[in-house]
Design a binder for this molecule. Structure first.
Ligand code: 6GU
Length: 231
């Protein structure tokens, strides 16, 4: 039996997170494997316009999110053992290995900034010894080399990749075992199901042979062919 993982996100667009009530992640919530809580950053403002950003010191395009508002939102979430994930295109590239590491956390907090980002003092503050001594770690994470409008979709990507690794989320845990045998963490060979012939295309004969040794060899070869093509 594994402990409940708490997942929280702070965002100016809480509605972006409604897909978390669907499918595998929705079920993981019902099964109390994860608990999800979304916080509206604007609820921590105190001016009439609910301001969350301002122009950057030093000039330049875009707006930067205010550290004071972020501090108010994040302070109550920073319990011992928290992993604070700051989404930014300048962050460390998210991959399967990082998903596996986050899957061991008891508490993930996603700070979704707009793409120009959050005042860097927020990262600096929560990275200080006061927090690291309480087992609170800060991670700047990107999901790939392209620019999104904000961190919300990136957070959804990470939450889905992490949640499916938690015990009890995937119906057949053997699929996770097979994935983990692959260095990249996913199946790389092509798959086929019924019918044996579709639109004149037949399933490779070897897959019908029942010879599991030969099937494994064929799949390895196919995987390397595909890797060559897709780089
Ligand atoms: Cl985490 N944020 C933004 N704004 N753009 C991204 C990203 C994150 N990852 C890739 N592009």
């Amino acid at each position: 039996m594994s402990a409940l993982m708490k997942i929280e996100a702070v965002t100016i667009f809480p509605d972006y997170f409604s897909p978390l009530n669907l499918s595998l992640i929705g079920k993981a919530q019902s099964a109390e494997i994860i608990e999800v809580k979304i916080h509206d950053l604007r609820s921590f403002t105190d001016d009439n316009h609910n301001t969350v950003d301002d122009t950057p010191y030093g000039g330049g395009a875009g707006m930067v999110m205010l550290p004071e508002i972020w501090g108010r939102a994040l302070d109550p979430l920073m319990v011992d053992g928290t992993d604070l994930i700051i989404l930014t295109p300048a962050g460390k590239r998210f991959d399967q290995k990082m998903a596996e590491k986050f899957a061991t956390s008891e508490h993930l907090v996603f700070a979704c900034g707009r793409y120009e980002g959050i005042d860097d003092r927020v990262r600096i503050h929560y990275s200080s010894p006061e927090y690291s001594s309480r087992n609170i770690r800060v991670h700047e994470v990107s999901i790939g080399d392209y620019v999104l409008g904000g961190g919300e979709v990136a957070s959804l990507v990470i939450i889905e990749a992490v949640t499916r690794l938690l015990p009890g989320v995937i119906g057949n845990p053997q699929s996770l075992v097979e994935e983990s045998h692959n260095t990249e963490g996913y199946l790389e060979y092509p798959n086929f199901t019924k019918p044996q012939e579709w639109r004149g295309i037949t399933v490779p004969e070897i897959l019908l042979s029942g010879n599991h040794g030969e099937i494994a060899k064929w799949r390895t070869l196919q995987a390397s062919e595909r890797a060559k093509e897709n780089g």
